[in-house]
Design a protein around this ligand. Sequence first.
Ligand code: FUC
Length: 754
Amino acid sequence: MNKSELLWYKQPAENWDQALPVGSGRIGGMIFGRVNDELIQLNEDSIWSGGFRYRNNSKAYDNLEKMRTLIREGKTKEAEDLCGDAFYGTNENQRHYQPLGDLHIWQSTGDVTDYKRTLDLSTAVSTVEFTSDGVNYKREVFISYPDNVMAVYFTASEKGKINFVSVIDGKDDNYDKNEAYDENTLLFTMSDGIPYAAVVSVSSEGGTAKTDANRIKVENADSALLVLACQTSYRTGDYENLAKCQAKKALRTGAEKLKERHIADYKKLYDRCDFKLNDNSGGNSEKPTDERLKLVREGGKDNKLVEMYFNFSRYLMIAGSREGTLPLNLQGIWNKDMWPAWGGKYTININTEMNYWGAEIQNLPECHTALFDHIERMRENGRVTAREMYRCKGAVCHHNTDIWGDTAPQDKWLPGTLWSMGLAWLCLHIYEHYLFTGDKDFLAEKYDTLKEAAEFFVDYLIEDDKGRLITSPSVSPENTYITKDGAYGTICQGPSMDSQILNCLFKAVYESADILGIDKDFADKVREMRSRLPEPEIGQYGQIMEWAEDYDEAEPGHRHISQLFALYPADIISKHNTPVLADAAVATLNRRLSHGGGHTGWSRAWIINMWARLYNGEKVGENVRALLSNSTNPNMFDMHPPFQIDGNFGGGAGIAEAVLQSHSGEISFIPAVPSEWSEGSVKGIIARGGFEISFDWQDGKVKNAVIISKCGNPCTIYGNANVKCGGADVAVNNADGQTSFATEKGAAYEICFM
Ligand code: FUC
């Protein structure tokens, strides 16, 4: 039994939080694993509630000066009243995500023994196995990116034993057509919202496999293959025909070939990276996944489950975000509700960004591209919002977006809605992708996108009474402050997170311009503006201040820890470069945590990353345990609650960050590994600068470290080390506790720490 790559259970899922996810980036399935009434709940990434809606509030600009004056004068109540009249979107909601429907399979068997269901993270195939009347039955389910279909493959240890009926059903009756299209194909369509067609086709070896009204019926088969294809009008007008062709082609390809191609495609990404920890579970890692989670909740140790969490985050990335798909929304692509929590949209004041925190370090940069494509969809809308609402150049988005890249304010909610930093934060992912991959063509292609995000703020920022450049109006997502007079407020000017995001955005723009040798005037402009942004400040509790004033927080244990954006994902605060601010970051985290912080899965995941950046391995261990104990469902999905996928990715990124860091110009090996991770190894983890790194460690000592230089950049590692390449010594510069050396593209360097 593979302890960290196989989710397995001795019983079918009783509810959705126990069902197992499969996906091709575009099509998603949740498998319940029931024997006689199997349910696979289905999604397609572009099935949303409708078309683009123009929602910009044209009154905003005329009220902008008034709003800014009210905020400056501390008239918070009046400022907040003005939001509703003049700044909120003209319709408060963007479009929301919806499910495709349910695939039911009624398989006939006698009484069942030896039941087991699994999800193999090393192959992305989920199985249900059981014995009945001496026959061993197996159902394998996978969703293939190369072949664009979900496949359910039925086999048995004896010939002629496979019998089942299958139908596809709309969630809440949500379909127009549900009928047999030909002798072995069902057609299921919907013309509301974003119109779509799903096609289910069947074939068998032995016996019969055919449609019967709106059902598929298989009798006395040796094996059977059910495939499902789905296309929507979001991608092509001819979606129905395309889905039919894809299903037919998949049937012709056959189950074995489909599976082989699926596994090869998946492994190409998954096998690049590997992570292992010592087994401290005392044998419990042999147990089913739900039992292991329960034991951890009861205080047990299980490093192999931590390993599984890391692997599961990579699995979900490959299953949920591929080249050409939409980016991962709040549920990834796994949602059962017509009205999912927060609309299953893209909340971009942390959640969507967190979904992609692990993509580069875990060696899955291709999966990140779905996000970059979406940023392009937001750009034109963002330009319109910048112009119509604020008379600013450039492009802007508030704290949410949807399938259409809608950039107007979402909700009518004071703590969240009027925050204009969403696109700016997303654009930092563009520069991070460059830093990890060194891909200058990509940077050149995306430079104008970065620039447009920055151009908005060239116009939007105002001077405070100290001459610093600040945002106004804004909020610190999604907290409320208490003024010295005891008044509660949300709307403010210059909250810390905004200045920190702009610090990174302006730097990304001028560094990109410098690297590409272009656009010097604009680069100089934002360089100068960056020097006038407020720096992080330390407040009355020794904490990093969340707002421009040292206000108390209405919720000191708030799930957002926005003022520590500077620590993670940014590197404005770091242990080595800004030790005083790093201490203030510790005070900030302790204050949040002592007031009940970390209560949502994603907040806990962020905290893991922050403790990792503070080099506190024991806190990393404690918070990884808390994530597994308090915020992980039996199927390993993160819960807010309810299920929200960001914590899975944030947690996976945090585990990586404990093992290797590469911000602030140096690579640190095992900077925040808890003592209980006493032995371990990683293979194929990525550092900024384009370095692919593998090593082992034991009791805090790094061994067998190899750095492959993918771009030929100079390399700086934290610690004193000797370096060899092809057996020969490499000239190094040991200074300030760091080791620096030149590298050649493609060469491998062995690192031996002194
Ligand atoms: C933000 C968070 C919530 C939730 C929502 C989707 O508003 O504050 O906790 O994650 O996004």
